[in-house]
Design a protein. Structure first.
Length: 299
């Protein structure tokens, strides 16, 4: 596929999925992270229900370790389009349930996000959670259906998934169950960037080359923050980088880049030898890191 081409059939499919979700479920929600995929989902949702304000709220599970740029962008987006936003904080879950945080060099709150998310689903009685997972990202995500059923514990089970032929989406669930919905499941990373460019979708500055304080660990470029403790042999330096994927500051690595525009970003991605998730530190914990998060109810 040429970098300049975007197959509009993907947009049509995503809009169809949004409308089917609203038609088949009583309390859908869009899981928002502040990353490019969830921002693209917001744009698609706006288009699916135009000229109405979308009747589907956003839910952000806040680890407390987010990039400030992503949080500012989130709040500006919500205000611009008059969206409803629910924020639930992992910090509150830790305090209320007495959960034990990870310690050490690679400490992260990512695993605890699942507890906060499942509590939020129960609190609001959400029966469909719309997410930005794509099949090209990682092998665990490649197995997902568009309507991916979760049991009443939030767990994914391959034997419970339904065939999806001829674009027929089956949203029937039992009380207590919910469905994860993936409108851009069939998109690639370049598809997303093509769409962002053609639609003029704004993104946080993190996605483009900028100078910031970073340090090297395990061959990756980590952002310096109050949430990461440097070892004695690690020292911060100023470097021009960008982020290919945006998540928690404790588990999102930067890439060495001079790509300050969308066109340059796309050229860089097309020539890249590592996957998009190659910069996600949490995925490197084990071969089954993503699969375990799915089984535990997070994605």
């Amino acid at each position: 596929m040429k970098i300049s081409d975007f197959p509009r059939s993907l947009e049509n499919e995503a809009i169809y999925i949004f409308r089917e979700t609203l038609a088949q479920f009583e309390r859908p929600v869009l899981l928002f992270s502040g990353g490019k995929d969830s921002i693209t989902l917001v744009h698609l949702m706006l288009r699916a229900f135009h000229p109405l304000v979308p009747p589907i709220p956003l839910l952000h599970i806040d680890t407390g370790h987010n990039f400030p740029e992503a949080l500012r962008f989130r709040d500006e987006l919500v205000e611009k389009y008059q969206l409803t936003l629910h924020v639930r904080k992992v910090e509150d879950t830790i305090r209320e349930k007495g959960l034990q945080e990870e310690t050490g060099k690679y400490a992260s709150r990512n695993a605890l996000q699942a507890v906060t998310l499942l509590d939020a689903i129960e609190e609001f009685k959400f029966d469909a959670c719309i997410g930005g997972a794509r099949r090209d990202e990682e092998k665990a995500r490649a197995k997902e259906r568009i309507f991916s059923v979760r049991n009443d514990f939030g767990e994914w089970d391959s034997r419970r998934q339904r065939p999806e032929v001829f674009d027929i989406l089956n949203g029937r669930i039992h009380p207590g169950e919910n469905v994860r919905v993936f409108p851009i499941s069939n998109w690639t990373e370049l598809d997303v960037w093509n769409y962002i460019r053609e639609e003029g979708i704004a993104l946080p500055s993190l996605y483009f080359a900028h100078e910031r304080e970073v340090f090297y660990r395990d061959g990756l470029i980590w952002p310096v923050s109050d949430f990461i403790r440097l070892s004695q042999d690690e020292s911060p330096e100023r470097k021009v980088v960008r982020f290919r994927t945006v998540g928690d500051m404790t588990c999102t690595a930067a890439v060495d880049s001079q790509a300050a525009t969308i066109d340059l970003v796309m050229e860089e991605i097309a020539a890249a030898e590592i996957s998009e998730r190659g910069a996600r530190i949490d995925d490197k914990r084990s071969e089954a890191a993503m699969e375990l998060r799915k089984q535990n109810g997070y994605f």
